[in-house]
Structure formats: C-alpha cells, structure tokens
Write a protein that binds this ligand. Structure first.
Ligand SMILES: [Zn+2]
Length: 305
C-alpha cells in the first residue's frame, strides 16, 4: 500500500448499542415511505448474523472528522457533494504533486489524507464489526419497530396506507470493532480517538434514522496496539515526511507523545518491531495526550473572544 513502513496501530473496542440501532444495507432506498429497511446481514464463521460494515463505520468517523476539521477552519471535502462541488478525487492525477493550502497532502484534503480517496490510500480504515462471541445470540435477537413515514414536503406524517413502515433494530449485545492505522501522523490518531470519544458520548451516531433517536453506541474496552521500527522507547512516534519538498505543506514534523508510566502500558521488541500495547486507564491518558498535543496543534485552536 505504502512504499515504507513507518508505524501502525490497531484500535480495538466494543460497540455496545445504547438504544435501537438501525443499519441499512447500501442498496436500500432512502425514501422512508417506501423503504423496508433491513439490518445488514452476512454469514460469519458459518453462522448468519447482523454486522456493522467497516465502510459504514469509517464513513461515520470521517463525517465527524470533517466537521471537526471545518470547525477549526481546515478544508475538508464532502463526499456527498452537498457542501462543495469539488472533491479531492476529482483533482487530476497529474496534479497530485501540486499541493495547495486547502489540499496540503499530495493535493488531498486532511479528511481524504486520513480516511482515503480514490487517488490515495487512507491512513485509517475500519474492519467489519461482528457480534462479540460471548454476546452473539443477544446481539442477533433483533426487534421490529414501527415507524411513521414523513411526507417530504410537509415534514408531517405521510398520508395513505404506506405511511407506516417496519424497521429491524439491534438493541442489545456488542460488536467487536477494529480501526487500523498505518503510516499516520499523531494528529490523525488524535482525530480518530476524539471521534470515538464523541461516539461514546452520543454526539456521533451510527446507522439510519438518527434523527429519530436511533444509533447511539457506547465505546467500551478500548485498547491500542502500536508498532514501529524506530527505537524511541517510551514514545509514540509519527510517520515522517519522506516526500522531500514536493508537497510544501505535507506531513510536518511532530513532537512525539510520551507514554504514561503505567502497568497498563506494555512496551517490547517483537522481531524488528517495537510494540506498545495500551489498555485500561492508560488509553484515556494517551488519548488525552494526543488530543491536547498534536491534534490541537494541527487544528491551531485559539481563543476568538
Ligand atoms: Zn478531500
């Protein structure tokens, strides 16, 4: 994927429904009066099950990341094209080396640089999340909820026989989720961790019918597993800029983040790699360090009053 290996991270956590979760399959129409919405289903290890698609989870993290970036006056293109008509992946290939202020990363915006676009591989992606083994049956015990379709024009209840529709929701159990990062900067890791924090508090929601109060999920049991070839013991270190001066804004050097002295931080050598496993209380400490340090520095947050 990349020419060099700088660093990698596995962010593992459980997503626990905090109320009904509806996740519709990508092919279902968005028209609430027509849609018979379905939870996404597949077979996993020989058993039928509901699951959360990694692409959907990444989309949720990206959409929130875009909001945070824009709020800090950083440009982020909007893949839905509702916000601005020009997307990073529509930039011509030959222009990839011509970075601009809005698109500092090989002519891609900060959101595309983090989560990927057609032109460049993202630094972070999410894997499909399946029910936790111990809570498999509980997670798959879905419920049916009746919804009143809204008329698009009046925003009131739609008239007619089709005005009620059934949706299938997951209300309990837990999903094992993993977000992987490779060759990332520390502000990007901070952005992903901030988004997970906002998911946990309910500011960010998952799946369909969010405006009807669905999609709140708790983030539990968060752990981090970091790998690098460098020998900077006791530090979380960023990918370096190997692109020379082709991309004048590109990846800027970052201060490493010190690991807390904690029994929940385990650092060791595995073959060529230096690995750091961070669990329990130490995850919150490291997240705070990344958000207050590299992410805040990148976003350049200042007092405005
Ligand atoms: Zn973009």
């Amino acid at each position: 994927m990349f020419h060099t290996f700088e660093n990698s991270i596995e962010i593992d956590f459980q997503l626990v429904p905090d109320g009904p979760i509806l996740v519709r399959s990508g092919v279902t129409t968005l028209d609430p009066a027509v849609a018979e919405l379905e939870f996404q289903r597949t077979h996993h290890r020989g058993r039928p099950t509901v699951f959360l698609a990694g692409s959907g989870l990444k989309g949720v993290l990206r959409a929130h990341g875009e909001r945070l970036l824009r709020t800090a006056d950083k440009y982020a293109c909007d893949p839905t094209k509702r916000r601005d008509p020009e997307l990073c992946f529509e930039q011509k290939k030959k222009d990839l080396k011509r970075s601009t202020f809005a698109r500092p990363f090989a002519n891609q915006c900060a959101a595309c640089f983090t989560f990927g676009s057609v032109n460049i591989a993202g630094r972070f992606h999410a894997l499909d999340a399946y029910p936790a083994e111990a809570r498999w049956d509980e997670t798959n015990r879905t419920e049916s909820r009746t919804q009143v379709a809204l008329d698009r024009k009046s925003q009131g209840p739609a008239a007619g026989a089709g005005s009620l529709f059934e949706v299938e929701v997951v209300t309990a159990g837990a999903f094992e989720a993993r977000v992987r990062g490779e060759n990332f900067t520390l502000w990007q890791l901070g952005l992903v961790l901030q988004s997970l924090r906002d998911l946990d508090t309910g500011l960010v929601r998952v799946g369909g019918l969010k405006s009807r109060g669905m999609g709140a999920m708790k983030v539990e049991g968060l752990s981090l597993r970091f790998r690098t070839l460098d020998r900077n013991d006791g530090l979380l270190t960023a990918a370096r800029n190997r692109g020379g001066n082709d991309h004048p804004y590109s990846i800027q050097a970052e201060e490493p983040v010190a690991l807390p002295e904690s029994p929940d931080v385990e650092e060791k050598r595995e073959g060529l790699f230096r690995t750091v496993t961070i669990t329990e209380e130490a995850v919150a400490q490291v997240s705070e360090g990344l958000i207050a340090g590299p992410l805040s520095t990148y976003l350049d947050l200042e007092a405005t009053a």
